[in-house]
Every structure is written in structure tokens, then in C-alpha cells.
Design a binder for this molecule. Sequence first.
Ligand code: IMP
Length: 182
Amino acid sequence: MRSIDEQGYHFEEWLTPKQIAADVQQVANKISADYKDKEPLFVVVLNGAFMYVADLMRALSDIRCEVTFIRVSSYYGMASTGQLEFIVPLQQVVDQRDVIIVEDIVDTGLTIHQLKAYMRAHGASSVRVTSLLFKPNKLEYDDAKPDYVGHEISDEFVIGCGLDFDGFHRNLDAIYKVKESK
Ligand code: IMP
């Protein structure tokens, strides 16, 4: 089994490239079916979702869509409508669009909760969410439950396929789970 050591933590391979490809394909099949007669706008949350969206785009079939990228920083303790700081701003008009937000992982759900409120406030016809990974036990915002999930995981920290530890290891082709600290 492949493993990585980083800053005193030991990570072991958990989802192989083959498993991830199968997870992405099942999500792509559902999205392709649900958006067959629509023209969705995928809004990709950087940095983590870059690898997931590249795989997802290639796995979609018979779908006419657009892709755009944002980078946000969210703050705790804000009102329910949320306040987002856009580090890379949204450059596409979402008014009357069917938006699909693309995330690497949904943890507490704060980012998605705030992004959904933003999209609705800016006139999106519909807003759904796809996330490669989802930690259901950590979810604090009901409306942030992703509609299309690659794989559910428990509370452990993971890296790889876009997910980082202090900015590193996004380039791993598998998802690695933290096992123990040394
Ligand atoms: P949320 O707003 O609490 O749902 O946080 C989502 C963001 O937290 C993700 O986009 C990741 O950047 C980060 N995150 C949460 N869990 C992990 C993890 O296990 N590994 C790497 N990043 C994570």
C-alpha cells in the first residue's frame, strides 16, 4: 500500500485512481441524465476542485455546458445569508442559469451554504452541488448537503486529487487518509 509522510503525519492510500474514476463516472452519469435538456454552468471552487472537475468534464456525456472558476474565503459567525470574500471573483452571470457548484470536499458545509445563498441572490434558476468527497458527520448546514457525491467519508483528514495539506500533495493520483501522527 502506498503511503506519504508529511510533517509528522502518516497518510495511507485509501481511494485508488480506479475507485475515484468509478466514483466520478457515476456522478457524471447522474448529472448527464438530470441536465440532458439544460445548459448548466459549472462553478468550480478553487483550488481543491481543479482535478475533480477535469475528470468530471471528461466523464460527462451529451451535455452542453459552461465551466467557470472562483476562489472564495468564507467566514464563520456571519448571518445565514453569509458573506463571502471572492479571491478569484465570479466572472459569469448566473441570472436564470442552472448552476452546479463543484467542490473537492464538503466538511462543515459553510462554503457551500454561503455560495448557494450568493447564487440565489444573483438570480440563479437552480443551484445544485457536486463534491468528490463528503463528510456527513461534520455537516453543520443542512442546505449544504451535496446533490452528487463521489464518496462519503468519516471525519479523517485526507489529501490527494486536489486536496492539500498546507498547500502540498494536491498532485497525488489517489486519496490518502491520515492514519497516525508520529
Ligand atoms: P467547509 O466549508 O467546512 O465545508 O470546508 C470545505 C473546505 O475545507 C474544502 O474545500 C477543503 O479546502 C477544506 N477541507 C475540509 N476537509 C478537508 C480534508 O480532509 N482535507 C483537505 N482539505 C479539507
